[in-house]
Design a binder for this molecule. Structure first.
Ligand code: SF4
Length: 428
């Protein structure tokens, strides 16, 4: 098989992995696809560097042959797809060729598991080692690691990579037992804990005054969780994400809506979840990490899934009307962060500006705050919200998209890292 053909197969097989890329890209449905990567161009996807830059990566698998039989995966042992395998030298050559031509700024490398987890991990590391040590490659490298591989190999991957990731795939052991019988949640979390300790150690070494510069190590780790492949609710998914952020200090949890694969397993649902579910999970994730929300506030026992029609912050505000209106000239930072439409940056600006003046609506307009969303929830120097006789349902109805728009929203590709920038600038 020539290199181009292998690239087509192995780039297409890699597109299901969202743990490096904006899944705001085209739908990952493989049926009838022409073998493009997650954002178009053979195997080239976009990701975000630790400093926030959007970078292009060559995103490929070393091989799509796999010993495991994860039901949701097109590369599973029992799948009837054409198999291909790069040698480490071929991946090195492709990466350098694309890099020198400015097509890419780095490499995202994952692999199906061949022979054993350690053997596969060694091949993946070999690619990164050759790039760094033999070719002095300065681009970005993201390596997918295998939780079953030995800790020494995972550590070695961290030495060559800027970022490493281990996919948790499903939020519960129960889900894994059903859909990915060879995978184990505790073992995956153990591997994440090991990476976290290594990253912490490296930070501590860097802070030692006068100590020699420690060898490089990945600056962070990320993971991917599938949405809609099993019956886990959003509450279960977000609780797992909360543990991963808290206990293992993951940089990002990527939520990837389960997408149909050719010849699917009978254990999988027939239809993928609505795209908007993935989007709502990203919004909720942002609330957990930057807005001080707890999972049990975003979802409830009565409603364990996120409202698909309203963003989770607005939905929370509508469930907690007594908290509002919040006086933007007096309310604490914590309360302001809970006002629908006020993002982290605008809250900081409000807190800074109100030391000098009493804020009026015109000041919020200057900050480009979405006024329609904010007005029912705030008091300003020249504004007290009229209740307009609205009960909770009537207020909710004001924020629902018109039916046509709702349909469009449901079909729109879910933004991820980039979209979150719009969240950051105040949309939530
Ligand atoms: S380990 Fe599971 S998810 Fe990964 S490539 Fe193999 S079958 Fe697919």
């Amino acid at each position: 098989m020539d290199l181009k053909h292998k690239l087509e197969i192995l780039a297409d097989a890699a597109k299901y992995d969202a743990s490096c890329a904006s899944s705001g890209a085209a739908r990952k449905d493989s049926r009838g696809s022409a073998g493009v990567g997650s954002t178009g161009g053979a195997g080239i996807c976009h990701s975000y560097a630790p400093d926030g830059r959007c970078i292009s990566l060559l995103k490929v698998l070393l091989t799509n042959t796999c010993l495991y039989d994860c039901h949701y995966c097109i590369n599973r042992r029992s799948s009837n797809v054409q198999r291909a395998r790069f040698t480490p030298d071929e991946v090195v050559r492709l990466t350098l060729d694309f890099y020198k031509r400015n097509f890419i700024e780095g490499l995202f490398l994952s692999s199906g598991i061949i022979r054993s987890a350690d053997y596969t991990m060694e091949l993946v590391i070999d690619v990164a080692r050759k790039l760094r040590e033999e070719h002095h490659f300065r681009g970005y490298i993201h390596l997918k690691t295998i939780p079953e591989a030995s800790p020494a190999l995972i550590e070695m991957a961290g030495r060559y990579a800027d970022r490493i990731s281990i996919n948790i795939e499903l939020p519960t052991q129960q889900g894994l037992t059903k859909l990915a019988p060879e995978k184990n949640l505790a073992r995956t979390q153990e591997a994440m804990g090991h990476i976290r300790r290594k990253i912490d150690e490296r930070h501590a070494e860097k802070r030692q005054p006068g100590a020699p510069k420690p060898p490089p190590f990945a600056t962070g780790q990320s993971t991917q969780m599938l949405v809609g492949a099993d019956d886990s609710t959003d509450a279960v998914i977000l609780r797992r994400a909360d543990v991963l952020y808290g206990d293992y200090r993951l940089r990002r949890v990527y939520y990837s809506g389960f997408s149909p694969i050719p010849e699917p397993s009978s254990l999988l649902p027939i239809k993928p979840p609505p795209l908007v579910r993935e989007h709502r999970l990203y919004q909720a994730d942002w609330l957990l990490r930057f807005y001080g929300f707890k999972v049990d506030e975003i979802t409830t026992d009565a409603a364990p899934n996120l409202d698909l029609q309203l963003d989770p912050k607005l939905a929370w505000a509508l469930r907690n009307r007594p908290t509002f209106p919040a006086d933007i000239n007096k309310a604490s930072r914590e309360i302001l962060l809970r006002v629908p439409g006020l993002g982290v940056r605008n809250v900081e600006r409000i807190l800074g500006a109100r030391r000098h003046t009493r804020l009026r609506l015109a000041d919020l307009l200057r900050l480009r705050v979405p006024m329609k969303k904010v007005l029912p929830f705030i008091i300003a120097a020249d504004h007290t919200p009229a209740r307009l006789g609205l009960d909770d349902d009537a207020l909710r109805a004001r924020f629902l998209p018109p039916p046509k728009q709702a349909e469009l929203d449901f079909d729109a590709p879910p933004p991820v890292a980039g979209d979150i920038d719009s969240v950051r600038s105040g949309e939530l």
